[in-house]
Design a protein around this ligand. Structure first.
Ligand code: RTP
Ligand code: MG
Length: 156
């Protein structure tokens, strides 16, 4: 539409291995629901090296890529499809800056400040654009085999 009104949108959220290991799932989900998102789908997945590398393929030339793949495969992740007005930017705002150490200073109310550790172990993921969200939702919910625990909420 052209009126500048809010758009119902979907984004992909992930609670990363440090978030699950650290028992932050309930606190993160509480923030998600209190912020007006609906959780349309969720599943727990253990990524292998190939799928983690494919998910973060845009970073394959970066110095931190190998470490990122090791981190993302170090345990299960909880993947969720969130829906709300302006879901992509709204979720990115809630999670805060990539580097959790900086987030604790500049965005102390953010999710990464609450449950992240450093520039890598930052507890959560959020799609960075509507196009990324479509690719990432399809990556987990169309092309990947079902998760260890799959929940399809009845809204869909
Ligand atoms: P994400 O994709 O996971 O939501 O994070 P982001 O957009 O805030 O950050 P991005 O640049 O896409 O980086 C992806 C993930 O790579 C790890 N990272 N490590 N050691 C480092 O300097 C470094 N930089 C990034 C983080 O886990 C980051 O979330
Ligand atoms: Mg990113």
């Amino acid at each position: 539409s052209s009126g500048g009104e809010a758009q119902i949108e979907r984004t992909l959220a992930i609670i990363k291995p440090d978030g699950l290991f650290g028992n932050h799932t309930d606190a993160v989900k509480k923030i998600i629901l209190e912020s007006g998102f609906r959780i349309l789908k969720e599943k727990i997945v253990q990524l292998d090296q190939e799928s983690a590398a494919s998910f973060y393929a845009e970073h394959s030339a970066r110095s931190f890529f190998h470490s990122l793949v090791q981190y993302m495969t170090s345990g299960p992740v909880l993947v969720m499809v969130l829906e709300r007005d302006d879901a992509v930017s709204g979720w990115r705002t809630l999670i805060g800056p990539t580097d959790a150490i900086k987030a604790k200073i500049t965005h102390p109310q953010s999710i990464r400040a609450m449950c992240g550790t450093d520039a890598e172990k930052n507890c959560v993921h959020g799609s960075d654009s509507s196009q990324s969200a479509q690719r990432e939702i399809s990556f987990f919910f169309d092309s990947m085999p079902s998760g260890l625990q799959d929940i399809e909420h009845d809204e869909l």
